[in-house]
Structure formats: C-alpha cells, structure tokens
Ligand binder design. Structure first.
Ligand SMILES: Cc1cc2nc3c(=O)[nH]c(=O)nc-3n(C[C@H](O)[C@H](O)[C@H](O)COP(=O)(O)OP(=O)(O)OC[C@H]3O[C@@H](n4cnc5c(N)ncnc54)[C@H](O)[C@@H]3O)c2cc1C
Length: 391
C-alpha cells in the first residue's frame, strides 16, 4: 500500500461527524501536502531551509486564517475545518503547520479580534493570501513560561510610540514583513503593536543550529528605539488577555496538528512492519510489534476524539482555556511517544531520512515546549481543578 493511498486511521468512525465541506477541505489540503511538501520536506529539513514560497500556496488553499470572515480575505470556515487543516499540514511537517498556525492564530487572530477596522482592512486580506508574512513576538530571552514579566517597553512620544526590547524564539521572524509585538507601556500594561520590518532599529537575527523544526525559520526580534506609529497599536485589548487569547487559538490548532504527525508515523510503521521479514516472517506477525501498533492506534484514536469534541465546543464558543491546555498537552505527548515507538518498529531504517519518524520526533520536541510547555499545561489543569495556582 503506497502512502498516497493510505487512509488515515479512523477507528471510531469520527468521520461520520464531519460535513461534506470538512471532507472536501481535508482532501484539498492532504493532496497539497502529498504534492508539495512530502517530496521536498526531507531536503528542506536537512538543509535547515524554510520554503518561504509555500506561504502563497497556503493562502490559495485557504489555510491562512481559515476561520477569519471572507470579507477580510479569510475562508470563513468553522473551527473543525481549522483543526483538520492543521492535522493535514502536520502530517507533512510541524514546520509547515507552525507557519500556518502563527500566521492564522498569532497574527491574523489578534488583528481581527483586537484591531481597528482600518487595521483589519489593511492587513488581513494580504495576510490571508500569503502576500504578507507575519510573526508573533511574546517570548523574551529572560521570560518564556512567564511572559507577564516581559521587559520590552513602549514610551508614548506624542505622535508615535518608541519601542525597545528583544523577543526570542520567534517563528518566521527572519521572513516576516510585520510582527505583532507585545510590550508594556509606561503604566506597566501589556499592549499589542503591529511593527513593520522596515522600521529603523528593527532587526531579526536568525537562531541557527536547531535540531528541531529545521524547515522552519526561527529568530530573534530586536527593537532599538523603533518608532511605531500610534495607529499601529491594537486598540481593543490591554493586559495579558491579548497574547493569551492568541495562544488559546494556536494551542487548539496544535492539539489537532500533532495528530497528523502521529498518523504519518503510524502509517509508515504499519506499512514497514508488513514488508520487513525477520526469522522468516513479517515483523508485523510478532506480538511485541503488534502491541506497539495496537497501542499507537489506541492513543491516536483517543486524541482524535479529544480534538473533535474540543472542536465542537470551540464552534459553540464553549471551549475553556483549560480544556485547550489539556488537549494540547495530551495530543503532543501522544504524538511524541508515537514517533518514538514507530521509529523502533523500523529498527535502524527508522533513523534515516527515508522515513519521517526522526524528523517528526525532533520537531515534536519544540511543539511540546512552545505555546506553553508540557509542565505549564499540567499546572493550568491543576489550577482549574483545585482553584489554586502553582505558578
Ligand atoms: C522552535 C520554537 C518556536 C517558537 N516560536 C515562538 C513564537 O513564534 N513566538 C513566541 O513568542 N515564542 C515562541 N517560542 C517560545 C516558546 O513559547 C517558549 O520556548 C516557551 O514558552 C517556554 O519558554 P522557555 O523556552 O523560556 O522555557 P522556560 O520558561 O525557561 O522553562 C524551562 C523549563 O522550566 C519549566 N518551568 C517554568 N516555569 C515553571 C513552573 N512555574 N513550574 C514548573 N516548571 C516550570 C518549563 O516547563 C521548562 O521545562 C518558540 C519556541 C521554539 C522552541
């Protein structure tokens, strides 16, 4: 069975809950991933190369801001469609899903939710088409899990703000035309600003030598007396609610996306186990390998059910941040474990770039860390069930 024809596992017939529109969108994105990503991703990852041209293709697919209304250039889709798109993109690679996640949930979402009408009209259609690329600056060199202690500052200079500070680990910083940057004002209140890359004092040095998300551009954002016009502040939000609501949307997408990486590993391991013969039999006939495959399928199935139910709640505006945390945490850990177990099924072949497991495994080490670490999401659940914050 070739990978192209492989039907992803749907052991509990969750597809029955999907609409025709959901299936059509999923098919279109899956076909694109098999056509444009799978044949090239190993090369891009080996050479630490983000294929920037795909932003336009993602735009054509409707994968940038899928849930943003059509009047602003989005696809006007529901949250389950967004989730399915993320799953299919991450079946290709977490780097590709990250690029779409950042543009959709961390750049377009805050402009749509907190921006002025002028900002929405000016930026959203071009972000939706991939003509403009955005990035999201929250994390700083000294503040990762605790972004509320950020040091980046804006000062009111009458007709503009003066921005100073630095952001770290920023996806797409090196290729972004604009950054949504979170900084504190003189009263210590967190504000969101749209900052253009051409601004004097703006630089975005790349972070090199990553072993993870190698097909993604990651860098810093450094602001040295950057003048930001007053009209570039997001007017409708103050405080950490701004960046945290963006993270909620992105974490939701990751909860779906990680399933795609896990499915890709499962698919490769199942096919290989039927073809590889040892002791005169396919290794799929050995109980230990069947145990691995059966447990992988069980975990993928549980993650699918969690994501689907979360999608229903999100469509109804009822998904809580704590539910999203639980799903992100569970599904990313599931995918990381699946990548490791699948790699073992392939023996030595599993460490090569001929199969996707090592690449997914290394990628998922970032995915389990960004958008809130595995530990922090556990503490969010702990807080939710006890009412006591442990951080
Ligand atoms: C490839 C990549 C891309 C990224 N893209 C972006 C981006 O586009 N924009 C952006 O703003 N950020 C981005 N990030 C940053 C990411 O969100 C942070 O790395 C993450 O929030 C963790 O922060 P940190 O790395 O500083 O770890 P730290 O906060 O220093 O944590 C280190 C360890 O301590 C643990 N820890 C921290 N606090 C507690 C506590 N209270 N209790 C128990 N344990 C604790 C953590 O769980 C972790 O294991 C990216 C990161 C990576 C790796």
């Amino acid at each position: 069975m070739s990978d192209q024809k492989y039907i992803p596992p749907d052991y509990f017939q969750i597809d029955e809950f999907l609409s025709d529109e959901h299936r059509i969108i999923r098919r279109a994105v899956r076909d694109w991933v098999y056509r444009s990503i799978k044949p090239n991703i190993e090369n891009w990852a080996q050479h630490n190369d983000f294929p920037a041209h795909i932003m336009r293709e993602l735009g054509e697919l409707g994968a940038l801001g899928p849930y943003i209304p059509e009047v602003y250039g989005g696809a006007g889709l529901d949250q389950i469609s967004y989730g399915l798109i993320m799953t299919e993109l991450e079946r290709g690679d977490s780097s590709i899903r990250s690029a779409a996640s950042v543009q959709s949930s961390l750049v377009m979402y805050p402009i749509f939710t907190f921006g002025s009408e002028e900002q929405k009209q000016k930026y959203l259609p071009k972000l939706a088409s991939g003509e403009l690329v955005g990035c999201f600056g929250l994390t700083e060199p000294n503040h990762g899990s605790d972004p509320g202690s950020m040091e980046t500052r804006i000062k009111d200079k009458g007709d503009h703000y003066l921005l100073n500070g630095a952001k770290m680990w920023i996806t797409n910083s090196g290729i972004a035309d604009l950054a949504v940057v979170w900084a504190k004002d003189e009263a210590g209140i967190v504000r969101g600003l749209i900052v253009h890359k051409e601004s004097d004092g703006y630089s975005a040095p790349e972070i090199k030598n990553k072993w993870s998300l190698r097909a993604s551009n990651t860098g810093e954002l450094v602001f040295d007396n950057v003048k930001v016009p007053k009209e570039n502040i997001l007017p409708s939000v103050k405080g950490m609610k701004g960046p945290l609501s963006c993270l909620n949307s992105a974490r939701y997408g990751i909860a779906w996306g990680a399933i795609g990486a896990a499915m890709d590993c499962y698919s490769s391991a199942l096919n290989y186990s039927k073809e590889r013969t040892q002791f005169g039999k396919p290794i799929a006939s050995f109980q230990l390998q069947q145990k691995k495959l059966a447990e992988i399928l069980s975990e993928i199935t549980k993650a699918q059910l969690l994501a689907w139910r979360l999608g229903v709640l999100k469509n109804e505006n009822r998904a809580t941040p704590a539910q999203i945390s639980m799903a992100k945490r569970n599904n990313v850990k599931m995918a990381l474990d699946v990548a490791r177990e699948s790699r073992q099924i392939l023996g030595a072949m599993g460490i090569t770039g001929d199969f996707p497991m090592m690449r997914h495994m290394m990628n998922l080490e970032s995915v389990i860390t960004y958008e809130g670490t595995h530990d922090i999401h556990l503490l969010i659940t702990g807080h939710d069930i006890t009412g006591i914050s442990a951080f």
